[in-house]
Write a protein that binds this ligand. Structure first.
Ligand code: AQP
Length: 326
């Protein structure tokens, strides 16, 4: 059995990019692996958060994990800050990473753009992510394409420490889906769909009402050519809609292009609205049952206990290698 680990930040409502890029894989991978899924609240505070809202979002994300099909009988579900090992290992890894490699992280460059001075947490965020992964001797990390660079950094840090201190960490691999690994923004298909983007019509959240889903898709940015074909460079909007459609329906891009041959963008968008609503309705129903239940709290408490037991073993090994403590 392989160990699978991944996480989502409780920075807002999960959108279809998070779902198609990461969560859908969480559900598939829990079947034949030893899966651990985290709500990474310590990552969320790299940018200012309203404390009351953050607590709500932690529970929202946990309920959405279960609503999309993550099963607490098959996978551990827990909140990052309930396991102190994340912050502890983060420091040890920070002492073994370099400002040069962290400066090259594109996500940091984007999030700190235009600022003279950025929060240190935003800069060292990829090291905390490395700690999250290495703490659990992870083999596979299911994530969206935007995390590729961070997985590479995690591997570099793990190999660096293994070479210097002897075998300490399992060196993990990222796992990316074919369709939906990078869902783009609906209003600007050259940038990725994001929870924190200002325009709510740039994304579809898993909890959006059908009327909102319809509006966001129907007004999504396309082009003036009027031909439905997959061409990310010249037709990023239509290509994005085709990718989302394919990821939800299971039809290949080629099948979709043939199906819509000679038809207008309006028809494609209308059908995509239906496909999306059909995919999200059962998730929303299950979410309503779970969100305010005691079951959710019990799952997170039990998950934290089980995650802690694994993390403590790793920390003991790491401290031994580094000569820390008694
Ligand atoms: N647009 C996307 N397409 C495919 N996968 C995506 N992911 C994020 N955006 C897309 C994947 O979702 C998982 C959880 O992401 P996260 O919450 O940890 O952080 P993020 O990548 O920073 O996501 P957002 O939505 O853009 O959040 P904000 O706006 O708060 O920064 C990851 O596996 C990620 O790859």
């Amino acid at each position: 059995m392989k160990r699978v680990f991944s996480g989502v930040q409780p920075t807002g409502n999960i959108h279809i990019g998070n779902y198609l890029g990461a969560l859908k894989q969480f559900v598939q991978l829990q079947e034949e692996n030893d899966a651990i899924y985290c709500i990474v609240d310590e990552h969320a505070i790299t940018v200012p958060q309203d404390p009351k809202l953050l607590r709500q979002h932690i529970l929202d994300v946990a309920a959405l994990y279960m609503a999309v099909g993550v099963d607490p009988k098959k996978a551990i579900i827990f909140v990052q800050s309930d396991v102190p090992g994340h912050a502890e290992l983060n420091w040890i890894l920070t002492c073994n990473s370099y400002t040069g490699e962290l400066s090259r992280m594109t996500q940091f460059k984007q999030k700190s753009k235009g600022r003279e001075s950025a929060p240190t947490g935003l800069f060292t965020y990829p090291v905390l992510m490395a700690a999250d992964i290495l703490l659990y001797d992870t083999d596979i990390v299911p994530v969206g394409n935007d995390q590729k660079q961070h997985i590479e950094l995690t591997r570099d840090i793990a190999l660096r420490i293994n070479n210097k201190y002897g075998e300490t960490f399992v060196v993990p691999e990222g796992q990316f889906v074919k369709s939906g690994a990078r869902v783009m923004s609906l209003d600007d298909p050259t940038s990725k769909m994001s929870k924190s983007a200002e325009n709510p019509h740039s994304r579809i959240s898993l909890l959006d009402e059908p009327s909102k889903i319809k509006k966001s898709i129907m007004k999504s940015t396309t082009d003036s050519e009027g031909v439905i074909r997959f061409d990310v460079e010249n037709k990023p909007g239509i290509s994005n809609l085709l990718s989302i459609y394919s990821a939800f329906s299971g039809e290949t891009i080629e099948e979709l292009v043939a199906k819509y041959d000679g038809q207008g963008y309006g028809t494609l968008k209308k059908d995509l609205v239906e496909v999306t609503i059909n995919a999200l309705t059962p998730v929303q129903e299950r979410y309503k049952e779970i969100r305010n239940s005691q079951e959710l709290i019990d799952v997170l408490k039990d998950g934290a206990d089980r995650a802690n037991a694994i993390a403590e073993k790793t920390m003991k090994r790491v401290k031994d290698r580094f000569g820390l403590g008694l």
